[in-house]
Every structure is written in C-alpha cells, then in structure tokens.
Design a protein around this ligand. Structure first.
Ligand code: HEM
Length: 410
C-alpha cells in the first residue's frame, strides 16, 4: 500500500493500490460525487447519502443487467437463482423462499459448530510461531461452514476454490473492471459448467431423498404455492458458496490487518471480548471487502444536478460511502467503539446481505478465538493483497504469533 497521487478521474487511471483508491474516493467525494467515467463507460457514485438513496430505490436503480450484458449458457443457468441480480417480483419470490430455508435461526444454531471449527483450525497450527492466516484459518473456516450447511462431500472441496473464484472474479484479471464483460464471462464457462453439473446432480438426489441440510430445505420449501426449480437452487448454492466464504475470508484478513496496525485496540478487545461485535462493525465500515455494488438506471435520474440517462451502469462505491466524512464523524479514524455505525458494507434495501448474520457470527467467533489463544501477533513480511479495485482483502497474510500458553503476558 503506497498511496500515489490521483493521476486522473477514471477508475482506469487508478493503480491497484488501496491507499491510492482511498485518496481517489476522497477526491471524488469532494469534487465529482456523481461522475461519468468516459474510459470505462459507466457512472460512479461516491457519497454516503447518494449511495443509500440508490440502494433504497430498486425501481429507478435496478440490479438486473441481463439485457445489458449478454450471459453465456452456463453462466445464465447458474444466474437463474442468483437473485442478487434480479428485481421484484422475481427477486422477492426467490429471496422469500430462500429466507424460509436459510433463517437466522439456522445460523444461530451453527454457533457451537463454528466455535469448534475455529478451535480445531487453531489447534492444527500446532503452536507454531509463524502462520499463514488465509490458508490456516480465514479461508477454511467459512468454507467448512458453508460446505457443512449444504452438506456437500468434504473431499470435493478442492474443486470449490476453482468454481468460486470463477464466479466471484468472473474472469476479471488485472483490469479495473467491476462489471464483467461478455468475453470475461465466456472465459469461465468450463468451470461454471462443471459446477452446474455437480450441484444439479446433488439437488436431484436430495429431492428424491431429502435430509436436514440446506439443499434439501431449498428443494422442499414452499410459499404461496411456489417452489424453487432445480436451476434456481443451483444458482442459490453457487451464490452461497461464493458469497458464503470469499467475502468472510477477506473480511477476516482485513480485521487482522487493522488490528495488527492498532495493537491498542487488540489489547482492548482481549480485555473485553464483549467489545468484539462493535469492532466487527467498524472493520466492515472502515475496510469493507466489496468496494462497489453495480446498478443500472431504468429511467433518467438526477443526482446532484447530474442527469443520468436510462440503461446506464452505475457503480455505488460502498467503501467510499463508508468513509464519507459528511456522514460519519472522524470517518478516517478506525474507532472500534463507534456508535451508531450504519455502514453500507453489507448493502441496504431489498438486496441487503442475506448472509449478514452468518458473516457477523463467523467474524466474531474467529476474532474471539484468536484473541483468546494468542497473547500477541504481528503481521509478517510478504503480505499479498487482492486488487482493491475488485475486492479488498489479503491473498496471503503471514503472521508471527505468540501463543497464550507459552507466553501468558504481553
Ligand atoms: C463479511 C462478509 C460479507 C459481505 C461484506 C457481504 C456483502 C454483501 C453486499 C454488499 C450485498 C448487497 C450487494 C448489492 O446490493 O448489490 C450482499 C448480498 C448478499 N449476500 Fe452477502 N456479504 C457477506 C457475507 C455473506 C454470506 C456469509 C452469505 C451467505 C452464506 C451472503 C449471502 C448474500 C446473499 C444471498 C446476498 C443477496 C441478497 C439479495 O439480493 O437479496 N453474504 N452481501
């Protein structure tokens, strides 16, 4: 993270550097809060109030881009259940049905199991002083949870990484492209085709012999005489697999990076674990994982005197909105006791993150377990970050750890 000057107003001019993006967001919030990016051909929105307005107005700002960005066959199949990309009434039907199967209670009941998985992963580190957080905790924890929730064979895990990376990154490599192009979607067709075949087979088996897992619940759930079709369940599974772990992995890495920079906060949280939930909210606000949520205009709309025509793509910069000093006092300060903290890291409006209770639970459990088991940690050499123009978090996060048993005092 070096933080260079802003070379131009286009996202395409910004280097893949988090500090540089923070500077660009601040500049744009001040001077060009609603901006048409000529190089990329879409609009950017940077301030909190505008971002919240857009997310709350699903009529003017739709999430359905299917006619703007043609989808190849396999991607279109899995997209049938990815209701993040739908508007009402289709969105409402799917979200209602999925919410009946994936309830906050289902999540709450997972708590002891998530605690056990976190403890087992920490045990498996064998008291080592050097660990790699992503491989050893941040990735396997949420992946294990979602795999168990869907009750898919653990031996197949190695394939999920390929599929979920394909779905999450959608063929983007090092371009600053947030909305994937048809060519990028084409490049992931083989991986998506493999995933579709895998899940459709499981879904058909669960339909004939339902169990207690989430796929069986999705296969049998009913509301107002409506049920989910196989391809819709496939889309939900694909989306949950991706949303269910990559996001949480990144957020956990962001939490550890921030606490590594703020040992005073780490000490506070170790002394008072009840402060962890507020700290998790502040990590979400201060360094959310998902930089932007895309929308498309359905009608001509005015924001700050700027007129946006219909059928344009608008990127709502959640991470910029969350750092907006017009809304959050001392927005640039990482304040683990911040209250209120109505950040947009988990969205707003009808598409508000359905997995928010699970994401919060996993982050709280993981942080509490690390703080309990470690008497101290520092971030090591060789941290590798994702391209923050797509996603904010670490790919590799080496840590030097002191274990509580070996070194009871800091
Ligand atoms: C900390 C981790 C997470 C973050 C930062 C996050 C962020 C978000 C955001 C910003 C949205 C709204 C996007 C938009 O409006 O365009 C969203 C939607 C969604 N998320 Fe999450 N998410 C996280 C974890 C999860 C988990 C663990 C699950 C499920 C297991 C999940 C499932 C979903 C679903 C299904 C939607 C779509 C909701 C809808 O369209 O109605 N997310 N998430």
């Amino acid at each position: 993270m070096t933080g260079k000057a802003i070379p131009g107003l286009s996202l395409a001019d910004q280097p893949p550097d988090y500090e540089a993006l923070v500077a660009w967001w601040a500049h744009m919030r001040e001077f060009a809060p609603v901006h048409y990016d000529e190089k990329l051909g879409y609009w950017h929105v940077f301030r909190y109030e505008d971002a919240a307005t857009i997310l709350n107005d699903h009529t003017a700002f739709s999430s359905d881009m299917r006619d703007l960005i043609p989808q190849p066959e396999q991607f279109a199949t899995v997209a049938k259940g990815a209701f993040l990309g739908f508007d009402p009434p289709q969105h409402k039907k799917l979200r209602n049905l999925v919410s009946k199967a994936f309830t906050p209670r289902v999540t709450a009941e997972l708590e002891p199991r998530i605690e056990k998985i976190a403890e087992e992963l920490l045990d498996a580190m064998g008291g080592s002083e050097k660990i790699e957080l992503i491989d050893q905790l941040a990735y396997p924890l949420p992946l294990t949870v979602i795999v168990e929730l869907l009750e898919i064979p653990a031996v197949d895990r190695f394939r999920f990484k390929k599929w979920s990376n394909a779905l999450f990154f959608q063929g983007r490599t090092d371009e600053p492209v947030i909305v994937a192009t048809p060519e990028m979607l084409q490049s992931i067709e083989p991986a998506i085709g493999e995933m579709n075949g895998y899940f459709l087979d499981i879904i058909r088996k669960r339909r004939s012999r339902p169990g207690t897992d989430l796929i069986s619940k999705l296969a049998t759930v009913e509301s107002n005489g409506e049920r989910l079709a196989d391809e819709e369940i496939l889309g939900v599974c694909g989306f949950l697999l991706v949303a269910g772990h990559i996001t949480t992995t990144m957020m956990l890495s962001n939490a550890v990076l921030l606490l590594g920079d703020h040992p005073e906060h780490t000490a506070t949280l170790r002394a008072a674990p009840s402060a962890v939930p507020a700290a998790v909210e502040e990590v979400l606000r201060y360094r959310g994982q998902l930089p932007a949520a895309p929308r498309r205009t359905r009608q001509r709309t005015n924001l700050h005197g700027v007129s946006i025509p219909p059928d344009e793509i608008v990127l709502v910069w959640l991470t910029s909105a969350n750092l907006d000093e017009r809304y959050f006092p001392t927005a640039d300060r990482f304040d683990i006791a911040r209250t209120p903290n109505h950040h947009l890291a988990l969205g707003r409006g009808i598409h508000y993150c359905l997995g928010a209770p699970l994401a919060r639970l996993e982050l709280r459990i993981a942080l509490r377990a690390m703080l309990r088991r470690w008497s101290g940690f520092t971030v090591g050499e060789g941290v590798r970050l994702e391209d923050p123009r797509h996603t904010i978090g670490a790919k590799e996060l080496p840590l030097h750890v002191r274990w509580e048993d070996e070194s009871p005092t800091l």
